[in-house]
Design a protein around this ligand. Structure first.
Ligand code: TRP
Length: 482
């Protein structure tokens, strides 16, 4: 038995506080903004299926492991990994895993706050009744107008970052816990209202077919610059990456939330509840959005602007739309807020533990850094949006002359963090918890005995999850290209 350890940063008031906070972290822009747009980009049903499999077979077991490591370590991820490695007689270098997480969270926050800023901008629009009777062209103009204006983006980005840092500075109970108590249920209600609207567009069946009828050809074959279809494994990597992103997995956020979890709470049950709620919100968001896309003759694969160009149409057309729109974007901001605080929490906890900073100073410094890096994302939508400021640019001769396209700095940041760093972090969490930690330690910490539940988890964690991540990685970088 391990002795009962408390985190120096405080503790949740109980199991439900943890569930709410972790759900607050998990449910965010990933579910409502990112999931629909990457589903649209990647052809629909088959992508959703792969994503669900990734959640169930990879995300869930690793999430249990991450919470478990956090509760056993009771420190910031870096020190948790260091102490657990020592306790288990392993190399102290395991602390690098914590480091990678801290870096990933910092990088993600830098662009997350920019997109959350879009939600803030739309909230102010909605409040002024700005969507009334809006046409698809006007909705597009509104979005493009926003992202091509660096000053407006900067203003909203700054406001969101300050909001985040205020909560983080207040600490575990005062700040994090209180913020999420009533937000999640309210968000769910608003999504159901949107779903009701989507059902009445006459295109609900089409939306459902797009989301749930798997077409693997649409997933695995992409046209190149000349329109020739090529096999690609990349969308599977995106689905895997998103499973980690949406569950806030692989970078220590869930680990540190686990470190505030009281000893007697059941990790397996709470984690299952969180993953279920997270998945439900994403699917609901998709089911609400795609019928609106089809009803207005829009393109599902239009990229990061998808919800910002479709939802105003719905709100603009429904009775009482201004109120619902205001509520919706308010809740989206809150969902983003409760996620953002978890992205920076590992860094802040580490600064407090190791550098002896106060929570406030730690929050200010890390927020300032992420804010500054956010400029890269802001500019990648406007002054740096042309190919000369892009990465991995490829050009092709077309009838209209030479056309080049690549990845913007924002796309690179997103890809690097979500699709590479998080799965890698998850892989090492699985390896540590499944192979380097004594079995007796995980039996003790999970507290569900040594029956079928434990054994199935252990099997998934040791074999299925790591192998799946490795296979997807190798395929995506073309080592096993077939
Ligand atoms: N899960 C959140 C979302 O879907 C984003 C997020 C919060 C996150 N904390 C994280 C992603 C930690 C990765 C790691 O919006």
């Amino acid at each position: 038995m391990s002795e009962l350890r408390d985190s120096i940063h405080g503790q949740w008031s109980g199991r439900w506080a943890f569930i709410l906070a972790a759900t607050g972290s998990a449910v965010g822009l990933g579910n409502i903004w990112k999931f629909p747009y990457i589903t649209g980009d990647n052809g629909g049903g088959a992508f959703v299926l792969v994503y669900l499999l990734c959640i169930l077979l990879i995300g869930l077991p690793i999430m249990v492991a991450e919470v478990m490591l956090g509760r056993r370590g009771r420190r910031s991820p870096i020190n948790t990994m260091y102490h657990l490695a020592k306790e288990e007689g392993r190399l102290p270098t395991w602390r690098l895993l914590g480091w990678m997480g801290v870096v990933a969270g910092f990088l993600i926050l830098s662009y997350y706050a920019v997109v959350a800023g879009w939600a803030l901008a739309y909230l102010s629009r909605a409040f002024g009744g700005g969507f009334e009777g809006i046409t698809p062209d006007q909705a597009e103009g509104m979005f493009v107008g926003l992202i091509s204006d660096p000053e407006r983006l900067l203003a909203w980005h700054t406001i969101f970052m300050v909001m985040t840092m205020v909560i983080v500075a207040r600490g575990v109970r005062g700040g994090l816990e209180r913020a999420v108590r009533f937000l999640m249920p309210a968000l769910l209600v608003l999504l159901l209202i949107l779903l009701g609207y989507a059902m009445n567009t006459g295109y609900f069946a089409e939306g459902m077919r797009f989301m749930f009828q798997p077409d693997f050809h649409a997933l695995l074959y992409r046209p190149d610059e000349l329109g020739i279809m090529h096999f690609t494994w990349a969308p599977v990597m995106v689905a895997l990456g998103h499973a980690f992103f949406t569950l806030s997995l692989g970078m220590g956020a869930i680990m540190i939330y686990g470190s505030y979890l009281p000893k007697q709470s059941s990790i397996v049950k709470t984690t299952g509840t969180i993953a279920l709620m997270d998945t439900a919100v994403a699917l609901l968001a998709g089911m609400a959005i795609f019928p609106i896309v089809f009803a207005n003759g829009l393109e599902p694969g239009q990229g990061p602007g998808l919800i910002f160009q479709t939802l105003p149409l719905a709100f603009g057309a429904m009775p009482g739309g201004a109120i619902f729109a205001t509520l919706f974007f308010l809740l989206l901001v809150f969902a983003a807020w409760s996620s953002a605080i978890s992205l920076i929490e590992p860094l802040v906890a580490w600064l407090v533990e190791r550098k002896g900073l106060t929570r406030t100073a730690a929050a200010v410094w890390s927020g300032l850094g992420a804010w500054l890096l956010g400029l890269v994302t802001i500019f990648s939508f406007n002054i740096w949006s042309s190919p000369e400021y892009q990465f991995f640019v490829r050009c092709a001769d077309t009838e209209a002359g030479e056309e080049c396209s690549g990845m913007t700095a924002f796309a690179v940041l997103d890809y690097l963090t979500a699709n590479i760093m998080l799965p890698l972090g998850g892989l090492f969490i699985a390896i540590f918890a499944g192979w380097r930690m004594r079995r007796a330690s995980s039996v003790d910490e999970l507290g569900v005995g040594d029956g079928w539940l434990y054994r199935s988890w252990y099997l998934l964690l040791r074999y299925v999850a790591p192998l799946a991540v490795i296979i997807i990685f190798l395929n995506a970088i073309g080592v096993l290209a077939f």
